[in-house]
Ligand binder design. Structure first.
Ligand code: VNL
Length: 389
């Protein structure tokens, strides 16, 4: 009896000791840092759902490794994100960092990616400079300069000669304001006034009153995903539409997750962006259907797209490096990667590590009783204009 017990205990200990090692070697870990609570929680939910859908469709074993997603809530705060990134690198030994719902978070994580030589994929945030903050930073989302310039070309040709800009006062808002305004003025338009609203709990009312008084042909708006409904509610309540002022903006304003609940006043609003749930490709139809099914009727927005394609980048790099897992090898494999995404064709620019993609002009229309961003024009293969200056 004693001997049997001893042998059993010994072999159990051996198993317990061997397991974490074998497990670690056969596991490939992705640390997903996202705002799962707080003002940007919808972004966290969409990015995670996109990443999980990709794994469900492509399996969780790649090049002999078991892919493990570790999701951490940064509550939207850069200091929290930085601490989490450190823990993920040091304790969990993640192979890749990803997520980053807001620009300040991507910027807080960038030095940790550099020090630890860990590839970091920005799946949501969209200030141009993010990919310049670390040679290990890549992007599967988009940039605000990329999304803004096409609209600045479209507007003056479509009866919009004067504009007021209204942006959230931080990285992506500043990028949107600068790149839209410069291009619009180069095209002969006039920017009457540039307004910036605080990122946290903004009160749009006094700003919109100013816009009403200034009476531009259009108001160009950038607010981050999840804030579009609040600004448009005030826009209608203050009667800016009735005063003949058009709302235009990047697609963050007509975010697919919110759009259908923003009311019929939204009909006809033109935006430019890289992804619409109504993008009419077979690949996208399948993506939207599968996303809807996996998430109880939730509509994927551009954040979900960033999570989905970011996982594709990781899977392709893992395959190309045959599961070797080193940060430098993964990074090299992701540079120059080209693929067909549900959003359209994309390429990870080998020099800038930023994403080159088609930008669409879209108009809010009713389709099957629901509001969608319906694409009516496309600008092919747009590189981030923030990098080509
Ligand atoms: C950012 C840019 C965030 C665009 C967004 O939504 C967005 C950012 C949360 O860079 O912080 O729609």
């Amino acid at each position: 009896m004693l001997r049997r017990q001893f042998v059993q205990a010994a072999s159990l200990t051996a198993v317990a000791l061997a397991m974490p090692l074998a497990y670690a070697a056969d596991t490939f870990k992705i640390g997903l840092i996202l705002p799962m609570t707080g003002q940007q929680a919808s972004t966290g939910r969409e990015v995670e759902a996109g990443a999980r859908l990709y794994m469900a469709q492509h399996g969780d074993t790649v090049a002999g490794k078991k892919v493990e997603l570790i999701v951490k809530d940064d509550t939207g705060l850069p200091d929290v994100a930085k601490r989490i990134a450190q823990e993920l690198v040091v304790n969990d030994k993640v192979n890749v960092l990803a997520g980053f719902g807001l620009t300040p978070i991507a910027l807080a994580v960038a030095p940790i990616a550099t020090q630890s030589k860990t590839p970091a994929i920005t799946m949501a945030a969209a200030t141009s400079a993010i990919t310049e903050a670390s040679p290990y930073m890549l992007r599967s989302s988009f940039t605000l300069p990329q999304a803004s310039v096409g609209l600045a070309d479209w507007a003056p040709k479509n009866g919009i000669k004067s504009v007021v800009t209204l942006v959230s006062d931080y990285g992506p808002g500043n990028d949107a304001e600068k790149f839209f305004s410069e291009r619009f003025e180069k095209n002969g338009g006039k920017v009457i006034e540039k307004l910036r609203v605080p990122l946290r709990s903004p009160d749009f009312a006094p700003f919109l009153q100013k816009v009403r008084d200034a009476k531009p042909d259009a108001l160009f708006i950038f607010v981050p995903s999840g804030n579009g409904a609040a600004v448009m509610k005030q826009f209608f309540e203050r009667g800016l539409d009735k005063a003949g002022i058009k709302a235009i903006g990047t697609g963050d304003l007509t975010d697919d997750e919110q759009l259908n609940n923003m009311g019929e006043g939204m009909l006809g609003i033109v935006t430019s962006h890289h992804y619409s749930a109504a993008h009419p490709s077979e690949l996208n139809k399948k993506f939207v259907e599968a996303f809807d099914k996996a998430n109880k009727g939730l509509r994927p927005n551009f954040m979900a797209m960033g999570g989905y394609d970011g996982m594709h980048m990781v899977y392709e790099a893992l395959k190309a490096t045959k599961g070797e897992g080193s940060g430098d090898a993964l990074l090299a494999a992701m540079k120059g990667l080209k693929f067909e995404s549900p959003r359209g064709p994309v390429e990870i620019d080998a020099q800038t590590r930023d994403i080159t993609q088609d930008i669409y002009l879209r108009k809010v229309e009713k389709k099957d009783g629901q509001l969608y961003n319906v694409e009516f024009d496309v600008i092919k293969a747009v590189k981030d204009p923030g990098k080509t200056k």
